[in-house]
Design a protein around this ligand. Structure first.
Ligand code: HEC
Ligand SMILES: [Cu+2]
Length: 336
């Protein structure tokens, strides 16, 4: 196959296939905010397409009707100049009107996208190289808890996400729910969205933040209000105490090997803040910011050598003997 044909097929296939992945797509709008963004995206796309086709037709017309080169190219034809002048004037006015109209559409959308609904539930998301700290804050402290890389929200409830960074600039982006917003150290930005349908929506850091930027994903799961409340009450509890000998040893090793200096397990002495809260790590779908599905094998592989899976990430390789690794993984798997 000729090279151009092959690359043509590859590009077309990419365009067609990427539109299949609906859980991270502005075209699969699942909130009032993303629906508004999708609306203006389509308006801009339609108008730009019409203008592009118009320009191409005029260009084609000019090429077909090209006159022979004049003998005196510098000589002015008054009638022609006047005609050309008015065409340019009309095109200029039309361009100004189009740009103004699109600006109005764009500003109009901000009322929905940046709406500040008072009844919103607040979640604080802090960007870290290269994972997302998620803190649910409530008026009563017994309803405040932390998790990582997975946000759950009740359907139909306006959510306010307060964004801050612990290090460099990151960007919070869940295309199916809302637009991008930066996370900046010492400055609090917010986004708001109201999920309209239950489902899992994928988000991704959208601002280059270092070597593992591409492995800084997260999910927003929209749940029916009852399911959400059940999840929240469960997350709110401290970790269950280890019951069998292997997980008791795992818990001791978790602290003895220094894991607790970076990780919190609520209800135990482990209270580190540098890494994700692991109180309910076994209830998460993925580990390492969406990099691996959470299962026994991946947990063991991660703890054995996190630098192999996510080179440069801030959890060091600790070279544990395999019996200790097994005990720690067994303990973590009890943290439902
Ligand atoms: C120097 C701090 C540090 C130490 C010590 C440390 N970790 Fe981590 N850990 C991290 C950081 C940072 C991450 C997040 C990495 C990422 O996703 O980029 C992490 C991620 C994890 C995760 C994945 C959690 C998730 O939800 O994604 C697990 C499980 C974990 N660590 C277990 C352990 C265990 C077990 C030990 C002890 C053997 C340990 N860690 C020691 C900093 C540390
Ligand atoms: Cu990033």
């Amino acid at each position: 196959m000729a090279v151009w044909l092959r690359s043509g097929v590859a590009v077309t296939a990419t365009c067609v296939l990427t539109s299949c992945t609906g859980w991270q797509s502005s075209l699969n709008a699942q909130a009032a905010q993303s629906a508004e963004i999708k609306r203006i995206l389509l308006i801009f796309f339609a108008i730009s397409t019409v203008i592009w086709i118009g320009v191409m037709l005029v260009l084609l017309f000019g090429l077909i009707r090209r006159k022979a080169i004049r003998e005196q190219p510098l000589e002015l034809h008054e009638a022609f100049e006047r005609h050309a002048g008015s065409v340019i004037l009309i095109a200029g006015i039309a361009t100004t009107i189009t740009v103004l109209a699109l600006s109005v559409v764009s500003y109009g959308a901000q009322r929905t996208v940046f709406a500040n609904d008072p009844g919103a539930v607040t979640v604080k998301v802090t960007g870290h190289q290269w994972w997302w700290e998620v803190q649910y804050q409530a008026d009563s402290p017994h309803l405040s808890f932390a998790t990582a890389n997975e946000i759950r929200v009740p359907v139909g409830q306006p959510m306010t996400i307060e964004l801050e960074s612990a290090d460099v600039i990151h960007s919070f982006w869940v295309p199916s729910l809302t637009g991008k917003m930066d996370l900046v150290t010492g400055q609090q930005n917010t986004v708001q969205f109201t999920a309209t349908n239950p489902g899992i929506y994928r988000g991704q850091c959208a601002e280059f933040c270092g070597v593992q930027h591409a492995h800084m994903a997260f999910t927003v799961t929209a749940l029916a209000p009852d399911d959400y409340r059940r999840w929240r009450d469960h997350q709110n509890q401290s970790a269950p105490s280890p019951s069998d000998p292997l997980s008791i040893r795992g818990e001791q090793l978790f602290r003895g090997r220094g894991c607790g200096l970076c990780h919190t397990v609520r209800g135990t002495l482990a209270g580190g803040q540098l890494g994700p809260d692991l109180t309910h790590v076994a209830s998460r779908e993925t580990i390492a910011a969406g990099t691996l599905p959470r299962n026994t094998g991946n947990l063991a592989a991660w703890i054995a050598d996190p630098q192999h899976i996510k080179p440069g990430n801030l959890m060091p390789k600790m070279s544990l003997p395999s019996d200790e690794l097994i005990a720690i993984v067994h303990y973590l798997e009890q943290l439902q």
